[in-house]
Design a protein around this ligand. Structure first.
Ligand code: ARG
Length: 599
């Protein structure tokens, strides 16, 4: 009971309030599986075992004791089958939740400004970005936004693949069939076409391969015309990549790619040898990781060439030196599981303390519903084609609407990219996902437009209410003086006592009773952000946002919110609207849904 007094509205924790009241550990409480069973339950089986009596008896006993001193926020306690079920006082708790929702986000300092590096997107520059990069980009970006929201300092790293024989081939193709000026004007398409031409010709013309090998060597040595052409290719490819990710409203802080580490490799190889981690076998440098079930890792090829793995060792070292990160996430497809397991193990063997703080964030396949997209190039659907398709559908979707407050073009863009992103983010990371534009760009179902529409609905209600208040010269701010007064009561118990005494209109009581689930959703969304962060699973938050919207729309359909004949009630109901709007505004961007104020 004493602890309860210390609880303040700024960190409203309903479960903790009950635990304090019961005198049990918060972990012991569970969420009741059905609404009829109350809001929280305390299973009494462990206690029963300890005391060697029946769980029912324990539950009954506890109940009788607790009922004598019920705090205002609990309405009733019941026992059933060895459980103690707690029923919250919906009137009081709903009001506490609404009040709390207007206060600053209580978990904003989890990150304490510590640095997190997130390596995501990271395409190979020799190829167009395809739709696999979409899933990668939006998962990485969502995690970035969630971390930042929780007070982390995030470094966004796009570790581009700018190394290896493909670039030697491109250089040769340019020398043979084009020139720097032409690729400057022709851009990424010109480069890709030349690359394809090379592939078609190399089969018959072996000397081409020899030339490409020489060019690769020059690139590695950073000299000659080949290197100059290579630099131009990279500039163009990175500019294209920047353009494409910008279409999804994403930017990066660090664009340094694999080639950055060509000079650092030697030192790392030396360190691996000196620490007896690697050894030579058939000319190659290898690390035997069989005892960890991680096979043999090659860290240098037998021809002396460097490998992806070793460049990643260098990159990790460099990033730790540069950013002093607290943790680093690599958002990379599941196929590279072994690669990252080997990387982390080798860094651990090298005694790098940070190796414990590295995490491979995997994800399932992302594909188009068959026959729904025509790709410009080859079999694989391209990133930009998908976006184009999305925008076409979004355009059809909104074309008959007249937006007054937002421009149509920007609405189309927001609907398209949010729909695409959300179709990925609403599904568990490691499950496969399908983009089906008909289902995704729709107001019905679990879609971004459904959420955007709900948000716009809140905004429209608020606009209406503001006009009405203006006409009636009432306060238009929903956070009114009463809240300020209430907040002065600095603990929950005093506050609940106060709320208990306050008379609440019947209509409002009805809202609290009938729509208690809406209030719970408003309350739970903050925890969902934290949960999504802990598990690196944006879908946890995505689901909560969907639930919140559903509950809000139920409320909207059941109650007339703006009633000119009852401004007092309207004001109270508008607090709920404003609270939902605020929660949506805070959380939608975290799962990459753009807010639209009018739809
Ligand atoms: N460029 C690589 C690929 O497309 C992904 C790089 C991921 N990041 C890393 N540090 N290995 O497969």
């Amino acid at each position: 009971m004493e602890n309860n007094e210390k609880q303040s509205i700024t960190n409203l924790n309903i479960k903790q309030m009950i635990a304090d009241f019961v005198g049990c550990d918060i972990q012991q409480l569970t969420v009741a599986p059905k609404l009829e069973m109350g809001d929280f339950s305390l299973p009494c089986f462990a206690m029963a075992k300890e005391k060697k009596v029946s769980p029912n008896l324990i539950a009954e006993d506890l109940k009788n004791n607790l009922m004598k001193k019920l705090p205002p926020f609990i309405k009733d306690i019941q026992t059933i089958g060895g459980y103690l079920n707690f029923y919250l006082n919906r009137n009081i708790v709903s009001q506490l939740i609404i009040l709390n929702s207007f206060l600053p986000f209580q978990f904003s300092n989890i990150g304490q400004n510590k640095v997190v590096c997130i390596d995501y997107c990271s395409p190979n520059l020799a190829k167009y970005m395809h739709i696999g990069h979409v899933a990668n980009l939006v998962i990485g970006e969502s995690l970035r936004r969630i971390h930042e929201y929780l007070g982390y300092n995030v470094k966004r790293i796009c570790y581009v693949g700018d190394y290896g024989t493909p670039f030697g081939k491109m250089v040769v193709a340019i020398k043979k069939w084009s020139d720097i000026e032409k690729i400057k004007t022709g851009g990424i398409d010109e480069i890709q076409n030349l690359y394809i031409k090379f592939a078609q010709n190399e089969v018959e013309n072996e000397s081409l391969i020899e030339e490409a090998r020489n060019a690769s060597k020059e690139i590695e040595d950073k000299k000659g015309q080949s290197y100059e052409i290579y630099k131009e290719i990279i500039n163009i490819a990175i500019a294209e990549c920047k353009r494409v990710v910008k279409l999804m409203d994403v930017e990066f802080d660090d664009w340094r790619g694999e080639s950055t580490y060509s000079n650092a490799i030697e030192n790392v190889l030396k360190e691996l040898q000196e620490k007896n981690i690697s050894h030579k076998e058939n000319g190659a440098q290898i690390v035997n990781l069989e005892e960890y079930g991680l096979h043999i890792a090659v860290v240098q090829r037998s021809d002396g060439g460097s490998v992806y793995l070793t460049r990643d060792i260098c990159a990790a070292e460099d990033r730790f030196k540069k950013y002093n990160f607290d943790k680093m996430l690599y958002v990379v497809a599941s196929e590279q599981k072994l690669h990252f397991a080997q990387l982390f193990k080798i860094l651990e063997l090298m005694d790098k303390k940070y190796s414990k703080n590295l995490q491979h964030i995997t994800y399932g396949l992302f594909s188009m519903k068959e026959g729904k997209i025509s790709s410009r190039k080859g079999k694989q659907a391209l990133f930009v084609d998908l976006l184009k398709e999305g925008e076409d559908s979004a355009y059809n979707f909104v074309k008959d609407k007249n937006f007054i407050l937002e421009n149509k073009e920007s609405v189309v863009k927001k609907v398209a990219r949010s729909s695409i992103a959300f179709s990925v983010l609403k599904v568990e990371r490691n499950k496969d996902k399908v983009f089906d534009k008909e289902k995704t760009i729709s107001f019905d179902g679990e879609t971004a437009p459904y959420i955007q529409y709900t948000y716009a609905r809140c905004c429209s209600l608020i606009r209406k209410y503001e006009n009405l208040s203006l006409q009636n010269k009432t306060e238009n701010k929903t956070e009114n003086k009463a809240i300020q007064e209430l907040l002065k009561l600095d603990n929950i118990l005093k506050m609940s006592e106060y709320l208990k005494e306050r008379t609440v209109e019947n209509k409002l009581q009805e809202v609290y009773e009938k729509n208690f689930y809406l209030f719970k959703k408003i309350y739970q969304i903050d925890e969902a952000i934290v949960d999504a962060y802990k598990k690196n699973e944006p879908y946890i938050l995505a689901r909560e946002i969907l639930d919140l919207c559903q509950e809000f729309n139920k409320f909207y359909n059941e109650f007339k919110i703006i009633d000119e004949n009852n401004l007092n009630l309207t004001k109270q109901l508008m607090m709920i609207v404003e609270s939902v709007k605020n929660k949506l505004e805070q959380t939608m961007p975290l799962v990459m849904i753009d807010t639209i104020i009018e739809m």
